[in-house]
Design a protein around this ligand. Structure first.
Ligand code: ZN
Ligand code: ZN
Length: 340
């Protein structure tokens, strides 16, 4: 029996455009599920991925890791899901389940990280993906698919560090960058009861940032305002990719405060404030499965609603260009118009 052919959108080489790409579905392992993709969000790390920035992935490369769809086939050992279930899939499509990190429930730190991305071998800009069923999450019935898609990467990426590092009664949290991740981070931080400041270089984002739940807005090009904000933050989540004045972020962070990087910006910083104020700079990488389940329930209960632009998947290349040029307001979700 010949397996059905899958249609996706792939970059054939690093930096290449996304073009239609047909391939045979990967083998279905005992713990795997196949998911017929209805929606897939576009994350800035998809841009880095097809640019070849991480240097460890093979081309042709089908990106996409904010996936919602329906289970179409299950492996012999899968009992938690059945054909027809609506599920979400994020950055991580599998893990070894045996290393010290997986055994602690911190699967995002699995020693096999390079093999674990949902786009290995093929991601969600496609009619179908195959992942380990333990990384496909049932979704609340009334949650719209485009909302769920964005939560699978952006939602988890901001929720996990807020849960890990926002401490105390009403921590003062700054969200640096009001984009795909930032606008979701503002909503979660607000719903968690934190005092939230949106920090952006675009004055025109103030109004929407406040609508998303920001108590304050700090214009990062306003040096006088930054000067007044000395020691004003316990926690800063940095979702911006470029144009970041690191020394000012350390300036506005309180003693023993923490700066968390969510993306992969270029990083240079002065060590004086870092050392003298005992500040921490931390990376945060997606989140674990427990955080994913908790995040979905929390988002559902608190009506976290990413602002989404829908585009047909056949325009994946145009969507990618808009994300690369920071034109998306605030997240593009591709709706599958090619799936069987
Ligand atoms: Zn992502
Ligand atoms: Zn592992």
């Amino acid at each position: 029996m010949t397996a059905p052919t899958i249609t996706g959108y792939a970059a054939r080489d690093a930096g290449g455009p996304l073009e239609p790409f047909a391939y045979e579905p990967p083998a279905l392992g005992d713990d795997d599920v196949r998911v017929s993709v209805t929606h897939c969000g576009v994350c800035y790390s998809d841009v880095h991925l097809i640019e070849g920035r991480y240097g460890v992935f093979d081309f042709p490369l089908v990106p996409g890791h904010e996936i919602v769809g329906h289970v179409s086939d299950i492996g012999a050992a899968v009992s938690a899901l059945k054909v027809g279930d609506r599920v979400g899939i994020g950055w991580q499509g599998r893990s070894c389940m045996r290393c010290e990190w997986c055994l602690q429930g911190e699967e995002q730190l699995c020693v096999d990280v390079v093999k674990n991305g949902t786009w290995t071998p093929y991601g969600g800009f496609s009619s179908s993906v195959t992942v380990d069923g333990r990384f496909a999450y049932p979704l609340p019935d009334s949650m719209p698919s485009e909302t769920a898609a964005v939560l699978m990467c952006a939602g988890l990426a901001v929720y996990a560090p807020l849960r890990a590092y926002a401490q105390g009664d009403r921590p003062r949290v700054g969200i640096v960058g009001v984009g795909g991740l930032g606008h979701v981070a503002i909503q979660f931080a607000h719903a968690l009861g934190h005092e939230v400041t949106a920090i952006s270089s675009s004055p025109q984002k103030e109004r929407e940032a406040r609508d998303f739940g920001a108590d304050h807005f700090l214009l990062s090009t306003d040096k006088a305002a930054l000067k007044r904000a000395r020691f004003a933050f316990d926690l800063l989540l940095c979702s911006a990719h470029c144009g970041i004045d690191w020394d000012y972020l350390l300036w506005i962070l309180d003693r023993r405060g923490r700066l968390v990087l969510l993306g992969f910006p270029e990083l240079t910083m002065d060590s004086v404030d870092l050392v003298v104020h005992e500040v921490s700079v931390t990376g945060s990488f997606v989140g674990n499965r427990a955080h994913m389940r908790e995040m979905l329930a929390f988002a559902h209960e608190h009506h976290i609603t990413p602002r989404v632009e829908l585009m047909p998947m056949s325009r994946a290349e145009e969507a990618m260009r808009r994300v690369r040029e920071n034109q998306a307001r605030y997240r593009i979700v591709l709706v599958n118009d090619t799936a069987a």
